[in-house]
Write a protein that binds this ligand. Structure first.
Ligand code: 3PG
Length: 332
């Protein structure tokens, strides 16, 4: 029985010796309730088997017990939004690494993984373009009355406000500019102003100013204890007349009571979301074409994004077992 792998080493040589001992023959599970495109799975298998590992798949599972059973003897896991909670980690005593093929890792209990010596990684940037394209599509969809008859509006000339200027936010901004939008952004974690300057995007200094000026507000903040429920009534009602909040981030960052109140009081506001909030049926009933949500998260649902993120995940696992590389680790 393999022991749990520590991932901090006193000396580089120790790390090298440790990893050399199990370069090959690791059991890797692809656990995806929402499966990757076939081409992505084929590519993942090719990379991992080519490096001497074995691959098993658990796709479209409907019950957590299936996941608990499947992880029992695995050394590595590739997942999407699959919930890797403490009981899943406990059911996988050999587990050494979890790679979330995608950006957000709020679905993985990173703290428990760390306690158990399990490395958690993501694959930043690999599916960003797909999400950015969806955000733009959602703006046009809402501007055109959800593609129902009636006079709509154009996005050209409108102010596109980007909340968090990371991989996705930046791509949304560039696409918005190409479509003739006036792009502004807020991100307190990007201290290098040249990032905004070289994109020709105006950096604003406060979240309040961002919302106050946004005809379209594109949300790209991660779901963390600090951000959950942070977008609510005050920010929403500060938006200009006819504004649309576009959420391709996480439903949890919205204060749903505040959202409902804002949409009730302001008959011009709109909300569009990639994945339905808890209060979806109520919003559908009360706000008609001012509200739309995808039934299942679809931002990264393109073959290209699946291939980019899936193959990156496979390569990161191979490198981890071959060299101990933890470049994309998110639970240090
Ligand atoms: C991400 O965080 O990368 C996106 O939300 C995509 O998630 P998915 O892989 O579950 O589609």
């Amino acid at each position: 029985m393999a022991t749990i792998v520590p991932y901090t080493f006193e000396k580089k040589e120790e790390q090298a010796i440790y990893f050399t001992s199990f370069v090959k023959g690791m059991k890797v599970l692809i656990a995806t309730e929402k499966p990757f495109a076939k081409k992505a799975v084929d590519g993942i298998v090719e990379i991992l088997e080519g490096a001497g590992h074995t691959v098993s798949r658990l796709e479209k599972y409907t019950d957590k017990t299936q996941l608990l059973d499947a992880v029992a003897d695995v050394d590595a896991l590739i997942v999407r939004s699959d919930k890797i909670t403490c009981d899943v980690l406990a059911a996988a005593p050999n587990l050494k690494i979890v790679v979330r093929a995608g950006a957000g890792y709020d679905n993985v209990d990173c703290a428990t993984a760390k306690e158990r010596g399990v490395v958690v990684m993501n694959t930043p940037g690999q599916n960003s373009n797909a999400v950015a394209e969806l955000a733009i599509a959602m703006m046009i969809f809402m501007s055109r009355n959800c593609f129902t008859p009636g006079t709509g509006g154009e996005i050209k000339g409108k102010t596109l406000a980007i909340h968090a200027y990371g991989n996705v936010g930046r791509l949304v901004g560039c696409k918005g500019k190409a479509l003739g939008m006036n792009v502004i952004a807020y991100d307190p974690f990007v201290s290098d102003n040249s990032v905004f300057e070289c994109d020709g995007v105006e950096k604003v200094d406060s979240v309040e100013e961002l919302y106050r000026r946004a005809d379209f507000l594109s949300l790209h903040i991660p779901a963390t204890p600090q951000t959950k429920g942070s977008i609510g009534y005050n920010l929403l009602t500060s938006m200009p007349k006819g504004a649309t909040l576009v959420n391709t981030a996480r439903k949890e960052v919205i204060d749903e009571a505040g959202l409902k109140q804002a949409l009730t009081e302001r008959e011009d506001l709109k909300y569009v979301s990639d994945v339905a909030p808890e209060c979806c049926s109520e919003l559908c009933e009360c706000f008609g074409k001012r509200y739309f949500a995808t039934p299942k998260k679809m931002g990264a649902e393109t073959a290209e994004a699946n291939i980019n993120a899936g193959l990156a995940a496979a390569r990161q696992i191979v490198e981890f077992f071959e060299t101990g590389c933890t470049k994309f680790q998110v639970n240090r």
